[in-house]
Ligand binder design. Structure first.
Ligand code: NAD
Length: 296
């Protein structure tokens, strides 16, 4: 069993850390939120007061942070991961960040001789809790092989996508599909409502027909058909609107930089920005159905 420094115990990181503990690993945890740390300690982790404490004398460091700037600030500098981890430590970053930031983080790590992978996640908070996440991993074959047993304790699909940054590339492409799909599914439910078609009936049909997709069958944006979806708990996240907006922005930046044509992704970004600007950034991203229903 491994010693792991775990940084970022939010909606995803919290349950991921608990699954590592359940698998028998020893965790030192750090987060800016005292409540998040307390919860992990209750589950069996050891509290660290600083990043440096969390990452000293461990075999692996796992980070699950909001954005690229957080990852780079936690990795870099005299108090950061790279300056304080022991030689041979493998660094696993499961945050969703820019491809360039992921490559920069990997370069910082490799310059000091650490193994490093970007390993963003898909599957939502339910997948994080159940240990059934999908990991899309960027890094060398050797670093992937080192990280895989740790990722196995938190997920059920571990895919080596390519070199450093390839995990993030897969993630932003996947989440562009999700953002667009959630809006399409929401539009369908709102059209059904105006047509007098029961939401459960639309679900029964579309979940077995060609409209089937994860946004519908695992994360249905209207209350009822999927009991675990945030729609049944007043759209508390889950996966926040501002997190989806971040991913859609990453996709559009990457699209502009690479010359890809992604008009549906651009429209999804605009709609999520509109909803966030209405003061809804902290709602679950499936709450966009309410905007499409005419609510503010
Ligand atoms: P979150 O906001 O719930 O958690 C982030 C945690 O990081 C918070 O507890 C925060 O206190 C902590 N943090 C921020 N800066 C820190 C720092 N400098 N040092 C230590 N701790 C710090 O976010 P989340 O929903 O858990 O998402 C985390 C990452 O996972 C994001 O990159 C997100 O895009 C990605 N993701 C989220 C979901 C989801 O369904 N929530 C799904 C897939 C991927």
């Amino acid at each position: 069993m491994a010693n792991i420094g775990f940084i970022g115990l939010g909606n995803m990181g919290g349950p991921m850390a608990e699954n590592l503990l359940k698998a028998g690993h020893a965790l030192k945890v750090f987060d800016l939120s005292a409540d998040a740390v307390a919860k992990a300690v209750e589950a069996g982790a050891t509290k660290a007061d600083t990043v440096a404490q969390a990452v000293s004398n461990v075999n692996f460091v796992v980070t699950v942070l909001p954005a690229g700037k957080h990852v780079l600030s936690v990795y870099d500098g005299p108090d950061g991961v790279v300056a304080n981890a022991a030689p041979g430590t493998i660094l696993i970053d499961s945050s969703t960040i820019e491809v360039d930031a992921a490559r920069k983080a990997a370069d910082l790590a490799k310059a000091k001789g650490f193994g490093a992978v970007d390993a963003p996640i898909s599957g939502g908070t339910a997948g994080a809790a159940a240990g059934t996440l999908t990991f899309m991993v960027g890094g060398s074959e050797a670093d992937f092989a080192s990280a895989e047993p740790i990722l196995d304790a938190m997920g059920s699909n571990i895919i080596h996508a390519g070199d450093s940054g390839a995990g993030q590339a897969a993630k932003i492409c996947n989440n562009m599909v999700l953002g667009v799909n959630m809006i399409a599914v929401s539009e369908a439910f709102m059209l059904a409502k105006r047509l007098g078609l029961d939401a459960q009936k639309l679900f029964d049909v579309s979940s077995k027909a060609s409209g089937q997709c994860w946004a519908l069958t695992s994360y249905c944006p209207v209350p009822g058909p999927v009991p675990t979806s945030p729609a049944n708990r007043d759209y508390q996240p889950g996966f926040a609107v501002d997190m989806m907006l971040k991913d859609l922005k990453l996709a559009q930046q990457a699209s502009a930089a690479s010359g890809a044509t992604t008009p549906m992704g651009a429209l999804a970004e605009s709609l999520y920005a509109l909803y966030s600007n209405g003061g809804n950034g902290g709602m679950d991203f499936s709450a966009i159905v309410k905007m499409l229903d005419g609510e503010k």
